[in-house]
Design a protein around this ligand. Sequence first.
Ligand code: KIV
Ligand code: ZN
Length: 513
Amino acid sequence: MTDKLIIFDTTLRDGEQSPGASMTREEKLRIARQLERLRVDVIEAGFAASSNGDFEAVKSIADAIRESTVCSLARANDRDISRAAEALKGAARSRIHTFIATSALHMEKKLRMTPDQVHEQARLAVRFARNLCDDVEFSPEDGYRSDLDFLCRVLETVIAEGARTVNIPDTVGYAVPELYGEFIRTLRERVPNSDKAVWSVHCHNDLGMAVANSLAGVKLGGARQIECTINGLGERAGNCSLEEVVMAVRTRRDYFGLALGIDTTQIVPASRMVSQTTGFVVQPNKAVVGANAFAHASGIHQDGVLKARDTYEIMRAEDVGWAANKIVLGKLSGRNAFKQRLQELGVDLDSESEVNAAFARFKDLADRKSEIFDEDIIALVSDESVTPEQEHYRLLALSQRSETGERPHATVSFAAGAQEHRAESDGNGPVDASLKAIESKVQSGAEMMLYSVNAITSGSTESQGEVTVRLQHGGRVVNGVGADPDIVVASAKAYLSALNKLHSKAERVAAQG
Ligand code: KIV
Ligand code: ZN
């Protein structure tokens, strides 16, 4: 087993393009540290030229990460590529990933360029990027729907210009496994200098085949890099899911015969961190990371697993990090124990005053909840990593009354910048009343697209409720997440967190893929 499969994680770039999944610099940095613990080979940290916020996020990640290669996306033009190089300056290992669309549809309707112009722009972009960075990746966007001869011409040129990796996106999730695998194999056979580059697959999940297509690209096509995201996060139906491809290649190494550098015990912690940060809940029956992925409900299965585990289990729960769900701290734990646990979880709070504030919140939570799990700590520091500029609205107090047969009523006090507001409202339930009270003062006019409540840790009603609220306003979609043992309070926190995101006017240029 000599061949290595490169795992290129794009949770922080393509995953973040999912409406409502946008993350702050601090959140991205925390996830990047977890991806490094997971030992992914490449972290696509963002799209540096898309906004100042993304530039800063890529820069912070490049400065902090030492083991994984840090990559930035860039359109095929000098400005984007220079911004990417600038953001990546501090990286131990860096990569510029430049792209331009090559399908007839995209070239004609979106770019309004001729094939010759696209070919030339791809050539110049890779040449320019190679002057700034040794490790350059090129993607022909909508590659799978591109004309084969034209695509071969473009790929031969970019490899000759020094692209070390060529990535073939199925941008719209149109491929089926056998055809996609053959497509990659044909490209590799027809491009004369194909052996000078690593071939990569990048599949979207519109028809639910992103993982199958990626694996076919590897097995049938000979690709040696898979681009994927934690929990399959991404635009529309998402990207190829990291946990699924990694565990498929590892569990079926008899078939794939490939080596991986991944520490699989970090998969579940990474999945939880991404889900808690973005508010994109993991479905219980999701492979590998869903709450039921290793639960055996039927008597026959339980009996079988107790007698011999491999009767019904092909992977061990602890190998993907499920065992990590342990009670870590309680009411009597001190500041040092708390600080050490933060370090073990890879959370770096910038100053002692942030640690003190997080510890005060921890004590407050421990007074109300006897067992504190890792997930509780992550939820707690998620609040702490919000900077004062990002936290325009802040919950101060909430009281609500609900009685059988009576219409619920809530009173909410919250800060908006330097001002304090107190608002009251009735509602269909205490949550509805609380959010209506807030909205009566803020008057955001936002439309609520999603409201969901989950128990952060399963098994008991003592768990904190984690609420996700998705709001839409003025063409923007944002997610807010709030956690508290009281779900009405968690709901108000989530609503205010979404309003904070709408309040920050950060303009972003969307990557087209
Ligand atoms: O899906 C896509 O085409 C992309 C490219 C920008 C790589 O994400
Ligand atoms: Zn994509």
